[in-house]
Design a protein around this ligand. Sequence first.
Ligand code: TMP
Length: 212
Amino acid sequence: MPGVFVSFEGVDGSGKTTQLELLAERLRAQGRDVVTTREPGGTALGQAVRSWVLEAQAEPLAPRAELALLFAARAQHLQQVIEPARARGAIVLCDRFTDATEAYQGAGRGLGAELVRELDRLICGGARPELTLILDLDPETALARAQTRLRRAASGENRFEAEGAAFLRRVAEAYRAIARREPERCALIAASGAIEAVRERVWRAAAARLGW
Ligand code: TMP
């Protein structure tokens, strides 16, 4: 069976990581070869970029430096993890990909979608998943969920929820715009309600679009 690359996207607190794990579990129970990975992360370079981007640094990252690091990590991730797994027929489930850069750096930070897409073309050849599941949640609910999680977590990561509601609103709106622009690739999934209900929405969207 040919490999397939699926990304999960959404504002912080949308529940995408939980849903990615639930989908992986379901596919593995069916005997499928599943690789789960994330951005930033997924490789040693990705982990280093993750701490530069998400942890407090003595030297704060300039927005364009942040953007360049995310694309450097993505090029490494594609070559080292995503492409080989897809080539051997695995289902690759990736927690965030290029759409996150368009939403967070392009819209959130205000660098603009054009710059992000230009770099994407130059550095990553415009690589895209076959399917992107965008978990859509209103930013206020997402912020409340994310802040509870942030208080509980001891990871030392200072995530983007610290940027506040206006930032997250721009991110959420950018994700909706991407879903409208590329309806063949992107499925917008309502992320409100119980985990089980969202799990079924995710499964139905993935199964319908990928012919599972
Ligand atoms: P997460 O692992 O909880 O999804 O956190 C990753 C954080 O990094 C999240 O706040 C979004 C941010 N991020 C960007 O700003 N740009 C990107 O390109 C990626 C992949 C993530």
